[in-house]
Design a protein around this ligand. Structure first.
Ligand code: GLU
Length: 379
């Protein structure tokens, strides 16, 4: 059985400092799996070195570990500290500090944890002494695209926040976690990445947090950036930024989380042939302030769902239509035409899960249909 350790927060040492062995005695069995994975992947474990004097001049990179496949071995989960010890030569690139946020499959990350993560990262970048050059979040791949977009919308700073993970566990042949993590460290300290913001780094590609999407269940090339393409790539020894992310105001978050203890309830409902309005009505009864439809094509739903959505809107629930196709736009709309102001609100090019995040955050600011429309046009 896997030992999940939600809520366990550990401040770890910088890599190499006070580390006497790559594998502590408690972690010996986990270490064996990791060692096996690394050897099979053709990598050597990190040497057990004391901190080097010149290491102190290297930039600091802070790793926040949350769990996911990158941490998984047969029967256990590696900690963040164990993950960074698997990176040969990282102590010539950066000084790593590590913190364990959770050790869970990414489906178990809560919205409250999102709020905590965003605040914690902002605090880290505001530290007066030795703030990190970048933050790396190790995360399960199933929902990392959501966390990356949430952070993109809520962090004050534009500093690099790199969400990474692995498609193959640490004990599988060809484990991709160590390479993804090492590339993330290189990106975090890259001079041209100082304002790259929240990105996903997987399979040698740096993808913008807004567009990054998991499009395959198992392959190492499971991630794409819909309609945007990568911001850069990883070479064997460095990362290369090929374009800049869209400009944004650094120092001010797109959505300010101050005073927020929770996020408004927004549900995603799938459209499919024969769907009636039951789930729409259930969402309203459950207290949803917003509903995102994973619509067919460019925003369509069944007649029964459309009727239930009209009723939801009449009850003050915000409705956004996105597409279940996985790519392309649902026009945000002008608010004119049939239905009057606030009629069809489309998600633009956001997938249903991303549109839900934007709608949750938008609803913390306004319920006005025209303002919501403006937010969907500009984020
Ligand atoms: N890929 C899964 C995730 O997103 C990992 C599952 C697990 O950790 O058990 O977290």
């Amino acid at each position: 059985m896997r030992a999940d350790r939600p809520g366990r927060v550990v401040e770890g040492p910088g890599l190499g400092s006070r580390v006497s062995s790559p594998f502590s005695s408690q972690a010996f069995s986990k270490g064996l799996f990791l060692l096996l994975g690394l050897l099979l992947a053709g990598a050597a474990p990190a040497p057990a070195t004391a901190v080097q004097a010149d290491t102190l001049d290297l930039p600091r990179v802070h790793v926040m570990a949350t769990g996911g496949t990158i941490s998984n071995t047969e029967g256990d989960r590696l900690t963040g500290e164990e993950l960074i010890r698997s990176l040969p030569g990282v102590d010539t690139v950066a000084r790593l500090t590590v913190e364990q946020i959770s050790n869970v499959a990414s489906g178990a990350i809560s919205l409250e944890q999102w709020l905590q993560m965003a605040r914690r990262i902002d605090d880290l970048f505001s530290e007066s002494e030795d703030p990190p050059a970048g933050v790396i979040l190790t995360h399960g791949t199933d929902t990392m695209e959501e966390t990356a977009y949430f952070l993109d919308l809520t962090l004050a700073q534009c500093r690099p926040v790199i969400v990474t993970g692995a498609m193959r566990t640490a004990s599988m042949l060809g484990a991709d976690g160590p390479a993804n993590l090492m590339n993330s460290v290189r990106l975090a300290v890259h001079p041209e990445a100082r304002e790259v913001g929240a990105v996903v780094l997987m399979n040698d590609e740096i993808l913008p947090g807004r567009e990054a999407a998991k499009v395959h269940t198992s392959r190492t090339n499971a991630f794409v950036a819909h309609g945007a393409g990568p911001l850069g790539v990883a070479d064997p020894d460095s990362v290369v930024l090929e374009r800049s992310p869209p400009p944004r105001t650094c120092g001010t978050p797109a959505f300010d989380l101050s005073g927020l203890e929770s996020l408004p309830r927004v549900e995603v409902i799938h459209v499919h042939l024969g769907a009636d309005g039951a789930l729409v009505r259930a969402a309203v009864e459950a207290g949803a302030q917003g509903i995102v439809m994973a619509s067919v094509g460019r925003g369509g739903s069944t007649p029964a769902q459309s009727e239930a959505l009209q009723q939801a809107r009449a009850a003050g629930v915000a409705v956004v239509r996105s597409s279940r196709t996985g790519a392309g736009r649902v026009p945000v709309g002008s608010g004119g035409g049939e239905g009057g102001p606030g009629a069809l609100l489309g998600a633009g090019d956001l997938t249903p899960q991303k549109a839900r995040i934007l709608l949750m955050l938008a609803l913390t600011r306004t319920e006005d249909p025209d303002e919501l429309r403006q937010i969907f046009r500009t984020h």
